[in-house]
Write a protein that binds this ligand. Structure first.
Ligand SMILES: [Ca+2]
Ligand SMILES: [Ca+2]
Ligand SMILES: [Ca+2]
Length: 571
């Protein structure tokens, strides 16, 4: 489905694209040395189309919809790709796989390579496909030795129908990737040549190196057709060296925005990864937290050295204990001298300091920077990890407009679906949207959240209505989700939808939220929640500090500066 811009008040920056060299039948090399050759040419080394049916011996992949991602699934062996090896993959319903990320590529599709997530993408037919229509299926097969096959079968285009059957073959014997096309009928919505309609190609772990076979239907001699095979293959030898440290995550694995309650302590953490092909010596990693333009926290962590593929945990020794509510940004930046890919050296995390009762929100707007709508039934949601448990959700807010007035479902959803996606519906009501403004929905009975995250979603059954207010400027929470018959992280992770949650402390533990009081009522937390927040040192009943990595269920004492509270950790 397409996300359409109704009103934008700023110019959006264009994604970085690279010129591709391609001629009839052959293409490349990229800077590493990968090339492609297809079965339309008689040049030496051209692949021969040879469809492999895996519907009998393969495993069916379920859960694919219009625009979503499922996985990960095992390749079954270590597959060499660029200068590293991969062993699992996610499947995007829009005709691609990624070796390391469940981010969504949806219309408009970029030319590959593209540094935006997901990366490590193999795209045999990245188009607006729709697993929610017709009778499509997807299978994968591995012999756990040297061959892994992923087949998309009979998948129609969104809205325009047609049918596409194609497969990816990972072949360890020659380190090559094969795309094969059994049937190709129909065209993407608005046609092959429309902007963002389609992409075929490959990209590497940072989305900076790769090959484009087709982008927006060009070159037209590379339009996929029945009985086509394309082979992507590495060079026999290469002199290419990537000296590259990437800032990999901040605070949590997806660098998702965090809330900190006044009085709580935050220990900045992150990860850096050697995404290059050579070892590095020592380098510093900097952390800065800003409120507006003022730096309110700064610390440095020294990494002694890394090997290719290595991920290093960064734990800054200073803590951050904010005393003023509002928006903060945390930036972690690696500073390896001679880094060949400076674009991935830093990540900005949105951080909001609040005090209950509060509005959990990822923007501060009274009017939107842009308004977006879906050209089919659809909606948006925001995910929130409350800073305290239990938290009660007393209501929700949305900025939207519709003409004529449109009734929209309001949902509170648990995050117990696959990969932390929306699962169980905890509360549901409706709201009528008309005039462009904020709408507040107060819940008759609060929804209690005792662990993990939750979603506030607004879903419309009416195409083109309503238009949803959007914050298109950084920082972004990376917690905006879209609904196009299924939920997925929003296709543009740089945007935040104007949806908020109204929250207060859950029943019975109000005193926990009062700073400087000692609570005699224990806080019950799941171990994973405690580890996510990493708030402070835990002590066991003997008064000895306990390492976060070794936590088991039981009673602990949490020391946050001078304040101590009892914590019961559960699974
Ligand atoms: Ca990418
Ligand atoms: Ca789609
Ligand atoms: Ca870098």
């Amino acid at each position: 489905m397409l996300s359409l811009l109704l009103v934008a008040l700023i110019n959006l920056s264009q994604p970085i694209t690279f010129p591709a060299q391609s001629f009839f039948g052959v293409g490349g090399p990229d800077v590493y040395g990968y090339r492609w050759i297809d079965s339309d040419t008689t040049a030496p080394g051209a692949p021969t189309y040879n469809w492999i049916d895996i519907t009998q011996n393969g495993i069916r992949i379920t859960g694919l919809a219009d625009d979503n991602v499922v996985g990960p699934f095992p390749i079954g062996f270590e597959f060499p790709y660029y200068w590293y090896r991969v062993n699992s993959f996610y499947v995007g319903s829009n005709g691609y796989i990624s070796f390391n990320d469940n981010g969504l590529y949806a219309h408009p599709f970029p030319r590959l390579p593209d540094p935006n997530l997901p990366n490590d993408v193999l795209a045999p037919m990245m188009c607006d496909l729709d697993f929610g229509a017709g009778n499509p299926s997807c299978y994968y097969y591995t012999n756990n030795r040297d061959t892994c096959i992923i087949s998309f079968i009979n998948v129609p285009f969104w809205n325009t129908g047609g049918s596409n059957t194609f497969q990816i073959i990972l072949s360890r014997a020659d380190s090559a990737i094969y795309f094969q096309y059994q049937t190709q009928n129909g065209a993407p919505y608005n046609g092959w040549q429309s902007a963002g309609s389609s992409a075929i190609g490959i990209e590497n772990i940072v989305g900076r190196i790769g090959l484009s076979y087709l982008a927006a239907g060009q070159p037209n001699y590379n339009l996929p057709h029945a009985n086509l095979a394309i082979k992507f293959y590495p060079p026999a030898t290469t002199n290419y060296q990537a000296r590259d440290i990437a800032c990999w995550s901040v605070m949590n694995d997806k660098s998702e925005g965090v809330f900190i309650h006044i009085g709580d302590t935050c220990f900045p953490v992150g990860k850096v990864k050697n995404t290059g092909s050579v070892p590095t010596g020592a380098f510093p990693v900097f952390c800065r937290i800003r409120s507006g333009t003022s730096v309110v926290y700064a610390d440095t962590f020294q990494v002694s050295g890394t090997n290719p593929g290595e991920v290093v945990d960064i734990r800054f020794s200073r803590n951050f204990r904010p005393t003023t509510q509002g928006l903060y940004t945390m930036v972690i930046r690696s500073a390896l001298s001679g880094d060949s890919v400076p674009g991935n050296d830093s990540i900005v995390l949105e951080m909001r300091v609040i005090q209950y009762p509060a509005e959990l929100k990822w923007e501060d707007l009274s009017t939107p920077r842009a308004l977006y709508y879906w050209n089919g039934p659809g909606g948006y949601g925001n995910k929130f990890y409350p800073p305290r448990y239990p938290t009660k959700i007393t209501g929700a807010k949305i900025f939207a407009s519709a003409s004529p007035a449109t009734s929209v479902s309001v949902l509170v959803l648990d995050d117990n679906g696959p990969l932390g996606s929306p699962g169980e519906t905890l509360f549901q009501t409706t709201v009528s949207i008309s005039t462009q403004q904020w709408y507040t929905v107060n819940f008759p009975t609060p929804v209690n959240i005792t662990s993990g995250g939750f979603f506030i979603g607004f879903i419309s059954a009416t195409a083109n209505q309503p238009s949803f207010g959007m914050d298109t400027l950084p920082p972004s929470s990376r917690l905006c989700w879209e609904y196009t018959t299924s939920w997925s992280p929003y296709r543009n992770p740089k945007f935040d939808v104007m949806i908020r949650a109204l929250v207060d402390v859950g029943l019975g533990v109000k005193e926990i939220a009062q700073p400087k009081e000692i609570s005699f009522l224990p806080t019950v937390m799941k171990i994973k929640d405690f580890c996510r927040w990493n708030t402070a040192t835990l002590y066991n009943v003997c008064g000895l500090p306990v390492k976060k990595e070794r936590l088991t269920t039981g009673l602990y004492f949490l020391k946050e500066n001078a304040r101590i509270r009892k914590v019961i950790l559960v699974e």
